[in-house]
Write a protein that binds this ligand. Structure first.
Ligand code: AMP
Length: 407
């Protein structure tokens, strides 16, 4: 199938050609015709499937077909959980819409209001926003949403994880009830589908790559390694695998800062990205990673969500995530839109329960690489088992005492 088969208008076809897109991805093939028919959409798709274009392209086409009013009201609103994702969605509208004459604006917190309010006053067609800043602008009267015809909720699961449900409810009150709604989520947990049911009208459901399955283009590798040896192993792999640029995942902000420092001390240009860094810093860091001045970007899961860097050959899980689904999201940062990628995972002796949960979710064992300078020894596993059983033993001891006490 080609983009022509989807009956796209020539200004969009031309832009897509310049982007180098030759054919629509499965989510685009399924979603675009339905959205063009003005249907509501319930899409299960994770990052890396081409989901952004699956809503941005038909939104641009629908708005382009309408007569533009003098005041240029906001006719499409896209809600995203993070600033990074908002800015990437904005980049997509800019790229695919460059010949449509439609104006879009991205708003998020952490930057001065002035630029955003001036652009809003000048008139825009499409607004991409994180919920918090959108509500601020709404409360101050800088944004009017009464002409919104299309609402897109992107990464709904993450939005709920981050506690945005009350904000979403408030936004819904500010936009017309009669509208088209496009709802995207990587997962459809109970709370997510509950929200979807409430806000969608007879939606068409489309689903690609369920979150439990990892993209076939990603090669996964597992390195068992002691916690204290993880940084030496990372340095070894950076050197021996010829990794030009990589995203390394950490569980905590402190861990991310510490690792970035260690890498810089070892002569590797590294930066940490996490929620505690100022927006200006985060943008600078992303920019320097995109243009390869920074070789290693160390990120926490929330900050990494939505980081869209093309041609990322490797991602590295320095620490395993507490939630198995996060692993699938993390490794989806490589192997995007058909490009091959490698996902490397470091697993310490105490992290094996987290590894098992991931393998249960994906239904596959991650192939182990044992030829490396810092392998875990049987002794390490035994020590980890002993320390965890002594912890459990302590717990049991306390429980026993409690019971006796109650008796
Ligand atoms: P997304 O799932 O929206 O985060 O998109 C993942 C990546 O795929 C982005 O870098 C897009 O530029 C790219 N992409 C989206 N659609 C296509 C397509 N039809 N052909 C090639 N690349 C695409």
């Amino acid at each position: 199938m080609t983009f022509e088969d989807l009956h796209l208008i020539s200004p969009i076809l031309q832009a897509l050609e310049e982007e180098g897109y030759t054919q629509p991805t499965p989510i685009q093939q399924q979603a675009i015709p339905e959205v063009l028919q003005r249907r509501d959409l319930l899409a299960t798709a994770q990052t890396g499937t081409g989901k952004t274009a699956a809503f941005a392209i038909p939104v641009l086409q629908l708005l382009h077909g309408q007569a533009i009013t003098a005041s240029q009201n906001i006719r499409a609103l896209v809600l995203t959980p993070t600033r990074e994702l908002a800015s990437q969605v904005g980049d997509s509208f800019a790229a695919y819409g460059r010949y449509t004459g439609l104006k879009h604006l991205v708003v998020y917190g952490g930057v001065p209001y002035k630029v955003q309010t001036e652009a809003l006053q000048a008139g825009i067609d499409i607004l991409v926003a994180t919920p918090g800043r959108l509500l601020d602008l709404l409360d101050q009267g800088f944004v009017k949403l009464d002409q919104v015809q299309i609402l897109v909720i992107d990464e709904a699961d993450r939005m709920l994880d981050m506690g945005f449900l009350p904000d979403i409810r408030r936004v819904l009150q500010a936009i017309p009830e009669k509208r088209q709604t496009l709802f995207f989520s990587a997962t459809m947990a109970f709370e997510v589908s509950k929200l979807a049911k409430k806000i969608l009208a007879e939606p068409v459901s489309v689903e690609v790559t369920p979150v439990s399955s990892t993209a076939g283009t990603i090669r996964q590798e597992l390195y068992y390694v002691k916690k204290a040896n993880k940084t030496p192993l990372l340095l070894h792999l950076l050197q021996h695998l010829g990794i030009d640029r990589t995203l390394v995942f950490m569980r905590t902000k402190e861990g991310a800062d510490k690792l970035a420092k260690e890498l810089n001390a070892a002569g590797i240009a590294a930066e940490a990205i996490h929620a505690d860094r100022a927006q200006r810093d985060r943008e600078r860091v992303l920019e320097s990673f995109k243009n390869s001045e920074t070789r290693v970007l160390v990120a926490t899961d929330v900050a990494a969500r939505g980081i869209d860097v093309e041609e990322l050959s490797h991602v590295i899980n320095y620490e395993l995530p507490f939630e198995a689904e996060t692993y699938v999201h993390r490794i989806g940062r490589t192997g995007r839109a058909g490009v091959a990628g490698i996902a490397i995972t470091f697993c310490g002796a105490t992290e094996t329960p987290l590894l098992l949960a991931i393998q249960q979710l994906t239904g596959k064992a991650i192939p182990v690489v044992d030829q490396h300078p810092y392998p875990l020894t049987a002794q390490d596993f035994m020590e980890a088992a002993a320390s965890s059983s002594s912890k459990n033993g302590n717990k049991k001891g306390r429980g026993g005492k409690g019971k006796r006490g109650r008796r």
